[in-house]
Design a binder for this molecule. Structure first.
Ligand SMILES: [Zn+2]
Ligand SMILES: [Zn+2]
Length: 239
């Protein structure tokens, strides 16, 4: 099946995302933008992922289960999983290693856990924008141990990227791919990414950003296994 997909978008659980970015609204926007494969990747938590998967099912599009993790080195990585259970296991480890700081919504923004019908269930109290105490090596072991994919987020950005924090890639991080934002030119980054495949992501914090950039691939199914294979074989295409 031909997939047009985006693995990086934020719901109202992420302190920096618009309140209008409910899982249901994101799924609708993705469908309207012509995407048929999506993943929610909130900061350091997968607590809205079940609602998102339900909403995607209603729209007839496929969903994976993701988290955007802040490493101890203070850069962002995406963990990509097939199931909610895997994402929840990762979230458990993240939650245990976040500083015990309480989110202050007026300063950092709301962190709403919601249902697929836009009902607010609770305000997450952990400060999700804080870094975990997990190093990139610890995260790599856990993500791959759970059979997930590990992606270096927005490597072109001047903050919270492996390039901004560590100066570049060593090759030992275990990344399955690197992610470039819409604004970045692939040609500028090709020499610096050690031959890793490139993914493009909207990193949408509001609905208007959905569908502005995407990836395409012929996949048997929208699963980690098939995505990993397509990445390895350089069959993931993007603008
Ligand atoms: Zn990020
Ligand atoms: Zn993000």
């Amino acid at each position: 099946m031909h997939y047009r997909f985006d693995l990086h978008m934020h719901s109202c659980l992420s302190p920096c995302a618009d309140l209008g970015n409910s899982p249901a609204a994101l799924a609708k926007a993705a469908k309207a933008a012509g995407l048929n494969g999506v993943m929610l990747s909130d900061h350091n938590s997968s607590r809205n992922s079940q609602a998102f998967a339900t909403a995607c099912q209603r729209e007839g599009i496929d969903a994976l289960f993701g988290i955007e993790i802040t490493t101890a080195e203070e850069f962002h990585v995406l963990a990509v999983f097939d199931t909610l259970t895997q994402a929840e296991q990762m979230t458990e480890m993240i939650t245990a290693t976040l500083p015990k700081r309480i989110n202050q919504p007026l300063i950092f923004g709301d962190q709403f856990v919601v249902t697929a019908d836009d009902e607010i269930e609770e305000q997450e109290w952990h400060l999700l924008s804080a870094p975990t105490s997990l190093t990139i090596q610890e995260i790599e072991q856990r993500v791959h141990g759970l059979n997930g994919l590990l992606i270096a987020c927005h490597i072109n950005r001047p903050c919270f990227s492996v390039f901004s924090q560590l100066g570049g890639l060593s090759g030992d991080e275990g990344f399955d791919a690197v992610e470039l934002s819409r604004q970045a030119r692939k040609i500028d980054w090709m020499p610096k990414i050690l031959g890793l495949p490139i993914l493009r992501s909207s990193d949408a914090h509001n609905l208007a950003m959905i569908g502005q950039i995407w990836n395409e691939a012929e996949l048997e199914a929208f699963t980690v296994q098939h995505l990993r294979k397509a990445l390895k074989e350089n069959r993931v295409l993007n603008p």
